[in-house]
Design a binder for this molecule. Structure first.
Ligand SMILES: Cc1cc2nc3c(=O)[nH]c(=O)nc-3n(C[C@H](O)[C@H](O)[C@H](O)COP(=O)(O)OP(=O)(O)OC[C@H]3O[C@@H](n4cnc5c(N)ncnc54)[C@H](O)[C@@H]3O)c2cc1C
Length: 500
């Protein structure tokens, strides 16, 4: 077949990385995006005339992006300015209980020693080794594999690797495993929170998710100008290399002929032909028939009860007082178990949520280098029911009250009445990312099998491929980027084999 034509539905980070990769392989690529700009969840909102990063803010796994730019024939540093952070995050439980984690694990161990005693510092080091081992075991056998299965993982690991697989405790929960490492409940809570990076509860997520701790210790960067510069750079690069983009262009149907995908229909009823389609939206939209019945059986999306966390966010321009904010800050609730019970069992906003604040005008110190108000993203976890439940103003007000009360307990004063802000609820996320209920990370990683239940790049309908945080290897900016590359790789495999 000469120059096949591909349509990519969605210009999220996975759609962009798939576009670059397919274009490099000589495929004609058209990206259709319903929003006005690229990036999907990587988004800025305007508050009082300034753009505020209101999606992902923690940039990790730089190597994924180095490899992506390199494979497109250029260098990441020629397109983006990344700055490594020395302090990964500042954690607080009250005005007197604060703990910083550092890029240098020795500094973290010293800080933990001071916070919780030398025994905990020693156990932290052991924990780091275990997290590193878990990451190394899974990097090649799971993360980079296009469709891992438990049996495949075992056979690819070989005899020596099987021991490694057993040691990473795939059947244990993260919370339980952390209890064996940390005696201090604050530390258990701190390291349990990493499961929320893929939208999961530490009480139900497998112990293997401790690999996220290792990922963060490998480096966290800030992106000059904000996270949106990343998709913007990829979009410009792809456009310069010949990829075509249409924004403000929602796709209402993916079409099939004789059981094979043959193009898409736009909202205005215009149809566009293609030899293959890569879908970058949430797979729930496919399985719920939002893209037409011809592709509804292409993949099994998560049931509402299997969805990952949503969020309630405040994008703020404020003049915070009393707490030495750095770039990434976490303020912990006093009953972590109750928080996740509220979200996953009672399906309600937590009575007292743990709060994350990205003070995006700051780096490693508590100075934001400008006078007056600064830009903040304040985020609490929320249940992914934005499609079934309309949040009443009283519910939001209650959660707001407990959020800012917790901050005040930790010494941080923000006067919301004096601070222009924009609130985003799970219902808003559902509108932005249809058929998710506002879940931001696809299927929750609950139980040891959950990671294997995410589909790979190939769907059940020939010619339809999947890329994004709801498919393997999962959510988060680097993982979704990898999924885009895996989708492109699968397309090429199929094109060069008899599967086509
Ligand atoms: C508040 C928040 C905080 C987060 N924090 C972090 C973090 O700190 N670090 C991190 O690594 N990750 C974080 N994440 C997760 C990360 O942002 C996502 O996993 C990742 O960006 C997902 O990329 P994606 O390509 O899979 O999909 P998306 O970003 O969802 O992109 C999909 C695109 O497809 C488009 N689309 C969907 N359906 C259609 C259609 N029918 N027609 C046309 N276009 C369509 C959508 O408009 C969207 O642009 C966060 C996410 C959120 C929302």
């Amino acid at each position: 077949m000469q120059n096949p034509k591909a349509i990519i539905v969605g210009a999220g980070i996975a759609g962009l990385s798939a576009a670059l990769e397919l274009n490099r392989q000589g495929i004609e690529v058209l990206v259709l995006e319903k929003a006005a700009t690229p990036g999907g969840k990587i988004r800025e909102v305007m508050v009082d005339g300034v753009p505020i990063d209101s999606g992902p803010t923690v940039f990790t796994m730089r190597w994924v992006f180095d490899e992506l730019f390199e494979s497109a024939g250029t260098r990441l540093d020629d397109h983006l300015c990344l700055r490594p952070l020395q302090i990964l995050a500042r954690h607080a439980w009250s005005e007197d209980e604060r703990l910083d984690l550092f890029a240098d694990p020795e500094r973290s161990a010293a800080a933990i020693g001071e916070f919780a005693g030398p025994g905990e510092a020693r156990r932290f080091k052991e924990f780091c080794q275990r997290a590193r081992r878990t990451y190394r075991t899974l990097e090649n056998t799971f993360i980079r594999d296009s469709r891992p299965t438990p049996a495949g993982l075992v056979s690819r690991s070989g005899l020596r690797g099987i021991g490694d697989l057993i040691r990473i405790s795939p059947y244990d929960t993260l919370w339980h495993a952390l209890g064996r490492h940390f005696h201090n409940p604050r530390l258990r809570q701190l390291f349990g929170r990493y499961s929320t990076y893929c939208g999961s509860s530490p009480y139900q997520a497998p112990a293997t998710l401790m690999l996220i701790t290792h990922v963060e210790q490998e480096g966290v960067w800030s992106v000059e100008g904000g996270m949106s510069r990343l998709p913007e750079a990829l979009y410009k690069l792809a456009a310069a290399q010949g990829v075509q983009f249409l924004f403000n262009t929602p796709v209402s149907r993916i079409n099939a002929r004789a059981g094979r995908v043959c193009g898409v229909t736009l909202d205005e009823n215009e149809s566009l032909d293609a030899d293959l389609v890569v879908f970058n939206g949430d797979i729930g939209a496919l399985s719920r028939g939002r893209l037409g019945i011809e592709v509804a059986g292409a993949v099994q999306g998560p049931e509402p009860g299997q969805r990952s966390l949503s969020a309630l966010t405040w994008s703020l321009k404020a003049a915070p007082q009393g707490f030495p904010l750095i770039r990434h800050n976490v303020f912990f609730s006093s009953d972590y178990q109750a928080e996740f019970r509220d979200i996953f069992e009672h399906h309600r906003l937590p009575k007292e949520p743990t709060v994350y604040i990205c003070a995006q005008d700051r780096q490693d110190d508590d100075c934001h280098g400008q006078s007056g108000a600064e830009r903040l993203l304040c985020l609490v976890n929320a249940p992914p029911i934005g499609d079934q439940h309309h949040y009443k103003p009283t519910e939001i007000a209650q959660c707001e009250e407990s959020t800012f009360r917790l901050l005040a307990r930790c010494g941080l004063k923000i006067d919301l009445n004096e601070s222009p802000h924009l609130i985003t609820t799970p219902t808003d996320f559902e509108h932005l990312f249809p058929a998710t209920g506002g879940a931001l990370y696809g299927r929750a990683s609950h139980g040891w099998r959950a990671s294997f239940d995410r589909p790979g790049s190939r769907s059940q309908v020939p010619g339809l491929y999947l890329a994004g945080g709801s498919v393997h290897p999962g959510a988060g900016v680097p993982m979704a980027t990898l999924s885009g590359r895996l989708a492109a790789r699968t397309v090429i495999q199929d094109l060069t084999s008899r599967k086509w």
